[in-house]
Design a protein around this ligand. Structure first.
Ligand code: ARG
Length: 703
């Protein structure tokens, strides 16, 4: 029986693996057997001829991949969008395919130069003709999809490929008759998987395993109830049989060496058009502008990478390279995304990097009212640590209380309109919140190259230091501490109990006593162990002088807690003479405010520990206001909490023996955060020594 289905094929006379443009071709150059390739191709040709009409295009020397006619173009009705190959090796096929389409009466559409699209290899019609699935990520550019929609007048659903073994959509995705879909979910990003699941009902989805996928089971030709492919596992055959398909296996191993199989070797050239359906593409684009030391600072790479990583694609429209060492560059980048949702996530990241709209495209920020206390409208813009401005009635308004993970609330006050970052629970009915990503920009000062190189603090910004650099960093931190103290600035310390266990208490006490610390943040534990040590000389029962456990020592910290509770507070215990040294003692004596935030595991707790976490966060925020530097000493919990509340521009030094904690905190991507992987006791002792050096009288060396 022959259906009216028509395929185009190209005999493998000149087929070979001549170059490497996909992972399958690696190591296979000239490794395919010509003889076997011909046999395998003929067998496929024979099988298909029993079920459909097969046309042939004349093969040509020098274009070995021309056998893969799926990549000739994309046909719908009388129209064809000709492929624009990504690789120059295959671009030579374009004129041959174009001639064939023209000779056979098709209207040929050609994409703009440099906009790759690889035909039916990357675009597959739903078998009911309801829409077109189009792939991007490796060979075809997302920006080609709107052209397909326009020229073929069909809805396009863009799917992003993420595994380079499945570089064409037809290597991992095969719509079948009756609305079934054979596909390998692992080849797509999660957004695309969600899109597939939204369009194809669960009982119609035939998701396959990797073992079948790498045998090109999805690279199948479906004619009514038969599915022709290279090879399928028994399980897959059974599954397909249950839903009415018969698998015909025909080995195509020689073509697998070039990264193709049954479907790649064919092109359906009589796809019926459904007249009642029309284009409706979701691809959104927007042009953003970036300025600064785009190349030196790697900003442009970061921007372009993040567009791709978040599922979009880009085109650099203009790039004005600054010519002198000092001059900045400017770029205009067209960003495309398969949906508004994806566009929003890309743009919000780009905003963090300082990207802006072109002046002519500037729009006001979108506002939505708060209708329930403590709850933001869906789709609210999540604030970052960077200084932000929002556009309201044509004017850019600076956002106050900049912090991470808040919403931007707009309120009308006597002084006019105010924009401020607020944590969700503080939002109130009557306020308006910025939603979407329009009309928002961050002000990143484009540090001049010179400044980046000489600024004392910034040389450490390369991120996490190795042990060898600890001393160097200590010198820099000491210098900063001294500078801040002398200019009446503010240093906030967050400290974990490890500071006490590692013998850092005496050093931290000194920093406080000598005026280098203006506020202390921590949990119940740092205070408990500090007080235990000042009262009994142990920290969690370990004798700090001898380094051994003391008999019954595990009860020491409870005794310390009990004594403070008897006095009512740490300050009162200090006044009563019960606590005579240590970190907490120095805080009380020197009027350095502290906040202790409670947690579920706290013993006691001390009367000073704030067990209402919302209040504790407020206390932290209050003490952090106006800080010039935050010294984070071995506490992941409190340091990350503090990091979230602190705007960009505050220097942060994070000391922890665990590199993961340090990386997490120095991830702020800014010049001002430094990570030191080392023992915190050691760090503090070096720091104190270094401060001593800075204070000792100057003596010129006389020789
Ligand atoms: N070697 C060819 C390439 O990498 C194989 C093409 C396979 N075709 C396909 N529709 N998947 O371009």
């Amino acid at each position: 029986m022959t259906s009216q289905i028509r395929f185009l094929m190209c005999a493998p006379e000149y087929y070979d693996v001549d170059y490497v443009i996909n992972p399958w071709m690696e190591g296979n150059i000239h490794k395919s057997s010509q003889e076997r390739a011909v046999q395998q191709w003929q067998k496929l040709h024979h099988v298909l001829k029993e079920h459909a009409i097969v046309d042939l295009v004349k093969p040509h020397q020098g274009v070995p991949d021309m056998v893969f006619t799926a990549n000739a173009g994309l046909v719908l009705g009388e129209n064809v969008v000709l492929s624009r190959f990504l690789h120059k090796e295959r671009q030579k096929e374009e004129p041959y395919f174009k001639a064939w389409f023209e000779e056979n009466g098709f209207t040929v559409y050609e994409l703009p130069k440099d906009l790759p699209f690889e035909g039916a290899g990357d675009a597959l019609l739903d078998r009911e003709g309801r829409w077109l699935w189009a792939g991007y990520g490796f060979r075809s550019e997302l920006d080609s999809h709107p052209f397909l929609a326009k020229w073929l007048d069909i809805e396009v659903l863009s799917l992003r490929l993420t595994d380079d073994r499945f570089y064409h959509l037809d290597t991992c995705f095969c719509p079948l008759a009756n609305g079934y879909l054979l596909y390998y979910p692992g080849a797509f990003d999660s957004y695309s998987n969600r899109l597939i699941e939204m369009r194809v009902a669960a009982e119609k989805r035939i998701a396959i395993e990797e073992t079948d996928a790498v045998n090109f089971a999805c690279n199948a030709v479906n004619v009514e109830s038969i599915v022709v492919m290279n090879k399928a596992s028994d399980a897959l055959k059974k599954r397909l049989k249950r839903v009415g398909f018969e698998v015909i296996e025909t080995p195509l191993t020689e073509f697998l060496k070039a990264g193709g199989a049954a479907k790649c070797l064919t092109l359906r050239v009589n796809e019926p058009v459904r007249e009642e359906l029309h284009a409706n593409t979701y691809v959104e684009s927007q042009v953003v502008r970036m300025e600064g030391h785009l190349l030196d600072s790697g900003l442009i790479n970061r921007a372009l990478d993040l567009i791709i990583d978040n599922g979009g694609s880009f085109k650099v429209m203009n790039f004005l390279l600054g010519e002198q060492r000092q001059s900045t560059s400017a770029a205009e980048v067209k960003v495309s995304a398969p949906s508004h949702e994806v566009m929003e996530s890309i743009v919000s990241h780009l905003i963090d990097l300082g990207a802006m709209n072109l002046p002519e495209n500037e729009e006001d920020a979108k506002l939505q009212p708060v209708i329930q206390n403590g709850v933001a409208p869906d789709d609210f813009y999540v604030s970052t640590i960077y200084p932000t401005e929002v556009r309201i009635n044509g004017e850019w308004v600076k956002v106050q209380n900049q912090r991470m993970d808040g919403a931007i609330a707009i309120t009308q006050t006597n002084q006019g309109r105010v924009a401020q970052c607020k944590i969700l629970r503080d939002l109130e009915i009557g306020e308006k919140v910025i939603v979407d990503v329009q009309g928002i920009r961050t002000i990143r000062n484009p540090e001049s190259r010179e400044k980046r190189n000489t600024e004392e603090f910034s040389f450490m910004s390369a991120g996490v230091s190795s042990e060898r650099r600890v001393e160097l960093i200590v010198e820099q931190v000491a210098w900063e501490l001294r500078k801040i103290r002398d200019s009446g600035g503010k240093v906030v310390v967050t400290a974990g109990p490890v500071v006490i266990h590692t013998g850092g208490a005496e050093h931290l006490s000194r920093l406080i006593r000598e005026g280098y610390v203006q506020a202390l943040l921590g949990g119940n534990a740092i205070a408990v162990h500090d007080i235990e040590q000042s009262m009994m000389g142990t920290s969690l029962g370990v004798d700090m002088k001898r380094g051994v456990s003391v008999r019954g020592g595990h009860r020491h910290h409870l005794k310390a807690i009990n004594s403070v509770r008897r006095h009512g507070s740490i300050a009162k215990a200090v006044q009563a003479g019960m606590i005579q040294r240590g970190v907490m003692y120095e805080c009380v004596r020197n009027s350095v405010p502290f906040a202790l935030a409670g947690s579920i595991r706290d013993d006691g707790p001390l009367p000073d520990t704030q067990m209402d976490l919302i209040k504790a966060q407020e206390e932290y925020a209050k003490l952090l206001k106006g800080a010039d530097m935050v010294l984070m000493l071995s506490t992941m919990l409190h340091s990350i909490g503090v990091g979230n509340m602190t705007p960009a521009g505050v220097k942060m030094v994070c000391v922890d023996i665990n590199p993961a904690v340090v990386t997490k905190l120095s991830d702020r991507g800014s010049v001002e955060s430094v990570g030191v992987v080392t023992d915190v006791g050691l760090f503090l002792s070096l720091l104190v020594q270094q401060l001593d050096k800075l204070t000792s009288p100057y003596t010129a060396e006389i020789v």
